[in-house]
Design a protein around this ligand. Sequence first.
Ligand code: ZN
Ligand code: ZN
Length: 314
Amino acid sequence: MYQSPGTFPLDLPPLESTISLPYRLTPGKSTGTFLAELRAKRIVATRCTQCGRIEVPAQDTCHCGCDELEFVQLAPTGTLTSFTRTPEFTLGLIRLDGADCDLLHRLVEPPAGAGWAEGQRVAAQWSDNPTGEMTDLVGFRADSAPAPAAPTVPQALTDALAPLDSLAASLTLHYKHARGPYYGRLFDEMQTGGRIMGVRCPSCQSVLLPPRELCDICYVKTGTWVDVADTGVLLAFSIIHLKFVGQFRDPPYVYAEIMLDGASTKVIHMLEGVDVETAPQWLKPGARVKAVWKDTLRGSMNDISHFELIAQKD
Ligand SMILES: [Zn+2]
Ligand SMILES: [Zn+2]
């Protein structure tokens, strides 16, 4: 890694963050019907009108390619085909009576005095409060009743419930972001010394804040670290009235573009101590501002609580 001049080892931990994307998942007609029927404690499969294959959970298309399938109701009993253990639970492949494929699900209560074994008869165990999701079928427990003597022929389901149209789902990513030598030193200096530092481009002489490896105007490597003051000039501002996801505070508040003394690039931060109702009439770019630091510094731009006005533009 390229180390900028004056970089020293950093002891700040990596930045931890989470991206969370809540969304609605559309299960489609067959899976939607399978899930809806779990509320009624019924296990729904599909029977292919061409080859007769019965698949569970209900499918939209048969393995033979036919998509003309009818819903059938399976018995809540079957035979354990195979199983595997994890530290938290045991998963089994269950051949429900009358089905032509196995259903993967949890095994919840092994036979008394014995462990799970292939060929074990099992029966569905239902949730007390089914809500239309896979966990309505809590799992399968050992069943002492013998297997049916004759092959089971599932009956067509003529009164199927309306399929679930969507399910709540969420994709959540936790990650750690290395600060690197530039942001690392910036935040380290802020935390340890209440000091703001940028880097000077050797070509255009701009002082870049936040500091970065390359000048984005000249495309040359930056060089010297330089101090930037915690005072500066208000370049522009917005008064935020709208509430939106991810805000650090409730509106209204003033979001300001500030050029700190000694820097050539602006930072964006909160401006406090101004009346948001009257500010549009009197607050003008060019006003002088100063950072107000927090009592406890943690190594981030939020070590600056906000900026406040120290002088208005003449
Ligand atoms: Zn088929
Ligand atoms: Zn430059």
